[in-house]
Design a protein around this ligand. Sequence first.
Ligand SMILES: NC(=O)c1ccc[n+]([C@@H]2O[C@H](COP(=O)([O-])OP(=O)(O)OC[C@H]3O[C@@H](n4cnc5c(N)ncnc54)[C@H](OP(=O)(O)O)[C@@H]3O)[C@@H](O)[C@H]2O)c1
Length: 276
Amino acid sequence: MQTTLLNERYTLANGVRIPKLAFGTSPLTQAVCKDAVITALEIGYRHLDTAAIYDNEDAVGEAVKASGLSRSELFITTKLDARIKDPHQIKPALMKSLDALGMEYVDLYLIHWPKPMDEMDDDAKNYDEANAAIFTEMASLMKAGYIRAIGVSNFSPRDLKSLIAKTALVPHVNQIRYHIGHTQEDTTAFCDQADILVEAYSPLSKERFIEHETLQAIATRYGVSVAQLMLRFCIDEGRLPLPNSKTPSRIRENALLDFSIDAEDRKRLKTWTPEK
Ligand SMILES: NC(=O)c1ccc[n+]([C@@H]2O[C@H](COP(=O)([O-])OP(=O)(O)OC[C@H]3O[C@@H](n4cnc5c(N)ncnc54)[C@H](OP(=O)(O)O)[C@@H]3O)[C@@H](O)[C@H]2O)c1
């Protein structure tokens, strides 16, 4: 099987071209992260997903430097720490990320969560005004050349509607948990009609669906692993998966996606649950 998918790109609403497969870097840090990213770049991944909170932007930057690849060949995403909700702190936070990465710009900058993590379950709290001010500041930093595209992560349709209404800006990307068994139909439908690219984190699932016998049987029919089936499903649905692995053979396996899932199986996988 070939790896031509590594050369394919989606086009964001502002015309920026984004590689269809990314290498996720959480929870890797330090030498493990650097080695994994070097391996991913050797295999041909050109899109790296990091975040201020992952504490690995420096390792990602070192790996990029070691690869000898030119900056323009790469697509680098990082994310604003969700605890930062003061628009005046955005530029310093971005500069800190750029400094750690050893880069002059990032391709994509995301608000990591709509609320600080420890307040996520507090329905009484919202940061709609702060997120709008932050996003407006991110748009200014994009105009200034520090960022090529801007987006959000873990935003619900409610969060997106509020952000768009308050800023008149539409995020280019919403990065959400998305995989077979968790396809977030409401959020993906909203993003599709608003031309917001959905990036799929945890595309292999936290629940070890990778071991499920039904998925194994379907994968066997295509002559692929369940991981490959789960990643190809994201691509066939127009999503952008961000698989992570510290294991070189898996980093390679996860990029071998030159097959497609037929319409009937896709329909079944879209509504699949582990009980089925
Ligand atoms: N925006 C957000 O809030 C958010 C949240 C979570 C994640 N993310 C991003 O999404 C990326 C991926 O998410 P994730 O790490 O949660 O989940 P994931 O990529 O779905 O799963 C990673 C796990 O699967 C294993 N694995 C990888 N390839 C495999 C294969 N071919 N066969 C069997 N097992 C395999 C890895 O093990 P080994 O490492 O041992 O190989 C690792 O334990 C992160 O790295 C991060 O960049 C974003």
